[in-house]
Design a protein around this ligand. Structure first.
Ligand code: FAD
Length: 291
């Protein structure tokens, strides 16, 4: 069992750089088996924490809770994502209390987007900062609260400067942030500099998505508003017909990005695993993590 089980992420970050992984709750037995294998293969890297996403509009309410509880029982340190959209304050309070009572010490508080097909979603809490306050009030001081950060600005923000002001206020109320994935270290470093300029020095963990599939990453980037840079597209399209070569190039690019971020003093690395371990393990091995 890892020494980090049930530890607030803020305490782990205070101790030095963290390594963490994001999973999503599987919906089929086959997907659950894949995730179990992935978790077993990533365990030797001794992650500081693992985070579990929350489906749009509460669609994985039970699945997310069950997975964080299982991870805790397996000796991992889970962070439960929670989105406010399409929930009442009473529902959100009950979900946070459920995590707290199960011994989960970390919540990633998100606003969330409208579920597919819903034009005017219910927003009892309008912004993520409102959920940060609800989690703080419900879970108490032993719980660490993370928030989302968008290095290139949230896609719906009227300006990057305005988004930064909202992020600084939200992050001040929380304990740490995790970023959307990005491909240029400068985008992350600019965000951190902007936070410092706004008197916010809470840790911001860079989110890393190793590219394993060209079509998939282009779709994700379009959905999340992350720029898919021309130099990266050229590098991957050059080997586009060969899936193994795309993966190898993606791992190389992610390794270079992680090395630059660590050199620049990032407080840790958070990997978007998509419930697979291979690319993340290869990047970690290249960086000498877990040795
Ligand atoms: P907010 O911080 O509320 O920001 C949303 C927008 O409102 C921004 O444009 C911001 O500038 C603006 N804003 C904020 N505060 C104010 C204010 N006071 N006044 C006016 N404008 C304001 N989605 C899921 O459904 N499930 C997940 O598990 C999930 N996990 C994620 C994990 C990470 C690390 C990230 C980066 C994103 C994740 N998302 C997830 C996506 C997230 O729900 C969306 O990006 C959503 O559009 C915004 O969420 P937020 O928490 O950043 O919102």
């Amino acid at each position: 069992m890892s020494a980090t089980v049930g530890a607030p992420v803020s305490a782990l970050l205070a101790d030095g750089p963290t390594v963490s992984f994001e999973f999503f709750p599987p919906r089929t037995e086959e997907a659950a088996a894949t995730l179990r294998t992935t978790i077993a293969e990533l365990a030797p890297l001794d992650p500081s924490f693992v985070s579990v996403t929350y489906g749009a509009g509460g669609s994985t309410r039970e699945l997310t809770h069950r997975l964080v509880v299982d991870l805790l029982a397996d000796g991992m340190n889970p962070v439960a994502h929670l989105t406010a959209v399409e929930h009442t304050v009473e529902e959100l309070t009950a979900i946070v209390a459920g995590h707290r009572d199960a011994g989960v010490r970390n919540v990633l508080a998100l606003r969330g987007d409208a579920p597919a097909g819903v034009n005017e979603p219910m927003r009892a809490l309008k912004h993520a900062i409102d959920l940060v306050h609800l989690v703080r009030d419900t879970a108490g001081p032993g719980t660490s609260i993370g928030v989302a950060a968008h290095p290139e600005g949230h896609p719906a923000a009227t300006s990057v400067a305005e988004d930064r002001r909202h992020l600084a206020a939200k992050l001040e109320a929380a304990d740490f942030a995790v970023t959307q994935f990005f491909f240029a270290a400068e985008d992350y470093l600019r965000l951190v500099e902007d936070m410092i300029a706004l008197n916010c020095t809470k840790p911001v963990l860079p989110g890393i998505m190793p590219v394993t599939n060209l079509a998939q990453i282009e779709r994700f980037a379009a959905l999340s508003g992350a720029t898919f840079p021309g130099w990266l597209a050229d590098r991957l399209h050059a080997v586009g017909d060969d899936p193994a070569a795309v993966r190898a190039a993606g791992v190389e690019v992610a390794t270079e990005l992680c090395a630059d971020l660590m050199d620049a003093g990032a407080p840790g690395l958070h990997f978007y695993t998509l419930n697979r371990s291979t690319a993340t393990r290869e990047v970690a091995a290249n960086l000498g993590l877990g040795d």
